[in-house]
Design a binder for this molecule. Structure first.
Ligand code: EPU
Length: 293
């Protein structure tokens, strides 16, 4: 008898991960689970634990490079409507972990709430952004957080106050939990001013980044006080290709899947970048992209 027969939600076997990542790259996940609701998530969690099946969580798949060989793991995708909900209460916004950042910014703007504008151009979900502490050089999502509700390692729902969450540059202590939703503290402002600010961020991204081909955003973290993109650019690597992957001509920290790239092509390109930046600047670049293998 299959262990998943009691699951509250959908399960797909041998699901291609390239369908679920913005890179459009990745082999098959043995189990791809979409719980119907929080109870469904809890039951999936307990079943996976009981049957000793390791699992990973996927949001918008915008920061993941999944191996061509696929994964023996289960992948849990929280894309049911209950995980995407947004609730407004005064200056607070409660956002489900699967809510897209773009939607969060748009709805906050409609409610005349400012603070989240810088998140508008980041192609991810609230959950993914929290785990990564996503942001731009001058702001990050941790700045907005009041508390985060999670499922802990025992399958219990817990509310974590911001002061009990460790946030660093592009990392957080939330990676050991399954994020359910977060409360963001925003502030009232004129709607037109909020829109103008959001548009400024979006226009800057459109002008400086390559959004026309599949990618996972910036491939490397910025080393302290430096821009990884600038360092890669100074190595003369823009336009370099390996297989179906290339370094963007517009922003050197973007790796593009221009023609059926494999994860191996992208990893080889990342290896070349690391080697060249190390040789020229004696700086070791760290991947921002999560590598699943
Ligand atoms: N630069 C170059 N050549 C390049 C790229 C950048 O000379 O090929 C220069 C720019 O001219 C600028 C400086 O480097 O003077 C910084 O570039 P940019 O403003 O594009 O910022 P970044 O540090 O490269 C960061 C985030 C982006 C975010 C932008 C928006 C990281 C790793 N990257 O990029 O986030 O969209 O700021 O301001 O923190 C992501 O995390 O996936 C991502 C794309």
């Amino acid at each position: 008898m299959s262990w998943w027969k009691d699951l509250r939600g959908k399960i797909r076997l041998n699901e291609p991960l390239k369908k679920h990542t913005t890179f459009k790259v990745g082999g098959r996940a043995k189990f791809f689970i979409e719980p119907r609701d929080i109870e469904g998530l809890k039951s999936a969690f307990n079943l996976l634990k009981r049957h000793k099946v390791p699992f990973l969580i996927i949001g918008a798949g915008s920061n993941i490079l999944a191996s061509d060989k696929g994964l023996d793991h289960a992948v849990i995708c929280l894309n049911a409507p209950c995980f995407k909900r947004l609730f407004f209460n005064g200056d607070y916004l409660q956002a489900g972990s699967a809510a897209m950042l773009k939607q969060v910014v748009l709805q906050a703007q409609r409610h005349g709430l400012s603070g989240s504008e810088f998140l508008g151009g980041i192609p991810g979900t609230i959950g993914g952004a929290l785990v990564m502490n996503a942001g731009i050089p001058e702001a990050r999502i941790a700045d907005l957080i009041k508390d985060v509700t999670v499922l802990d390692g025992q399958g219990k729902i817990k509310i974590l106050n911001k002061k009990n969450i460790e946030f660093g540059y592009r990392r957080s202590g939330l990676s050991k939990y399954i994020i359910l939703h977060a409360r963001l503290k925003l502030f009232k402002k004129n709607k037109q001013q909020i829109k103008d600010k959001t548009d400024r961020y979006l226009n800057y991204r459109r002008l400086t980044q390559d959004l026309s081909l599949p990618s996972a955003g910036c491939a490397f973290k910025n080393p302290r006080g430096r821009s990884a993109g600038r360092l890669i650019d100074l190595c003369g690597l823009k336009g370099t290709r390996i297989g179906g992957a290339s370094i963007s001509l517009r922003h050197a920290n973007f790796i593009l899947n221009f023609k059926n790239a494999s994860a191996k092509d992208i990893l080889r390109l990342m290896g070349l970048i690391k080697k060249r930046v190390k040789a020229k600047f004696n700086i070791t670049l760290e991947p921002e992209i999560k590598i699943w293998q």
